[in-house]
Ligand binder design. Structure first.
Ligand code: AMP
Length: 420
């Protein structure tokens, strides 16, 4: 048996879990500040949901899904992303009856990708979805929320890039022009891009290979082909972003890797992430509900990659708030004092004082050494003498002052100290 986590997965150990708590609590706070409620969906779904939702021709579905059959031969998949799962749940529970529904989610997602820095096979996303409105104000609001999250955790210097992919009215004509252009350049494009020309030509615009970049720079771009409705939507979005004082760039090469996007798409990028520079991606998916068999309603969403966010914070030495420190460490060298020690321990914890004890029968010196390592500001000491006298002593580690007191005064003493 190999004692290692599967390739592309990582254990979140105690030395970093408190950083996750910080990011997660800020994400929840921002989501609620913007009126989003949490939705939790299963980790696995019917594979078909992603095939029709994300698109059978996308890399995610073609190459990256963890698919398996259960004992009843049902074809299931570990969820590779959140939007299709949220939409499935919304349609199933008829949550779309409200005029607008704002949902957020957070949890693990799975893609069979080649692991590298910032790219994992199990990764975590925080996502926001607004269902039921085609207002550009909802697009802008989601961008505002994610940028506020980055600011709240201490990150600056990220860039927001936006684009419009057009709608079912204006995109087909563009698609045709693009295919025509790309088909004339096949010998200069990489193998992947050649494959994409017919299946998903807009994905070619997303290729990072140098040989393709030169061809892409000359390709026809969607903005020239937008219908007046899409053009208006995009102009309004920009004017709301201006009102929010959110800086952005229009990048006509942003296409996103999932088929369900229509109209607005956007990414938040960081220069310090290297090749995996996208920390957040999102956009409008007005046709997804219909594609999944529900009634048509407009929607917009975004997902933030939490490993990438954490990586950025660490790279930029952004300080994390301290984890809840142990306030009192209890040391006893008297076996007879066990019941008294247990009572004080329980009382302290029940009064909200973070308390740990030594469970060994080691010497006072050894137990004190552990107390120092734990860095508890107060250490309670019970030896045979203290026990015989019906007392305990508390040492304040900052100045070494040691105070004797009755066992039932410990909580009062510590709460009083907190007020000083
Ligand atoms: P997507 O669902 O592909 O739009 O991804 C949204 C965000 O999730 C990206 O901007 C990344 O930050 C993050 N992400 C996507 N795939 C991975 C992965 N394999 N490992 C780590 N983070 C990822």
């Amino acid at each position: 048996m190999t004692l290692s986590a599967p390739r592309g997965t990582v254990d979140i150990l105690p030395e970093s879990s408190y950083k996750w708590h910080f990011i997660e609590s800020q994400a929840r706070r921002i989501a609620e500040l913007f009126g989003f409620s949490e939705i939790r969906t299963p980790i696995f779904e019917h594979a078909e949901l992603f095939m029709s939702g994300i698109g059978a021709g996308t890399d995610i579905v073609k190459k990256e899904m963890y698919i398996f059959k259960d004992k009843k031969e049902r074809l299931l998949a570990l969820r590779p992303e959140g939007t299709a799962t949220v939409m499935r749940s919304v349609l199933e529970h008829k949550l779309f009856v409200k005029p607008i529904n704002k949902l957020f989610y957070m949890g693990p997602y799975f893609r069979y990708e080649r692991p590298q820095a910032g790219r994992y096979r199990q990764f975590h996303q925080f996502g926001l979805e607004t269902l039921g409105s085609d207002s550009p104000a909802t697009d802008a609001e989601i961008m505002h929320a994610v940028i506020m999250l980055f600011n709240a955790v201490g990150l600056k210097n990220l860039s927001l890039s936006i684009n419009s992919l057009g709608c079912k009215e204006c995109r087909p004509a563009y698609r045709e022009e693009l295919i025509k252009y790309l088909s004339s350049q096949t010998e200069h494009l990489c193998i992947d891009c050649n494959e994409r020309i017919e299946i998903n030509p807009m994905r070619v615009l997303d290729c990072k290979r140098e040989e393709c970049r030169a061809i892409i720079s000359e390709a026809p771009k969607m903005p020239q082909y937008l219908c007046s409705k899409c053009r208006d939507h995009f102009a309004q979005l920009q004017s709301i972003l201006d009102a929010f004082r959110l800086p952005y760039q229009h990048n006509p090469d942003i296409v996103r890797g999932l088929d369900y996007y229509t109209g607005t798409v956007f990414e938040v990028l960081s220069k310090s992430l290297g090749a995996q520079d996208a920390v957040c991606g999102g956009g409008r998916y007005d046709l997804l509900s219909e594609k999944l068999g529900g009634k048509q309603f407009p929607a917009v969403g975004a997902a933030v990659g939490l490993e990438r966010l954490l990586g950025l914070l660490e790279k930029n030495n952004v300080p994390f708030p301290e984890r809840t420190p142990i306030k009192l460490y209890i040391i006893s060298t008297s076996s007879e004092a066990e019941q008294m020690v247990s009572r004080i321990l329980a009382e302290c914890r029940e009064h909200g004082i973070a308390t740990e004890r030594d469970y060994t029968a080691r010497s006072l010196k050894s137990q004190m050494k552990t107390a120092a390592e734990i860095n508890a500001p107060y250490v309670m000491i019970v030896g045979s003498n203290e026990f015989a006298a019906g007392e305990v002593s508390i040492k304040r580690m900052a100045d070494g002052v040691q105070t004797s007191m009755a066992p039932n005064s410990v909580v009062k003493y510590l709460l009083n100290e907190e007020k000083q």
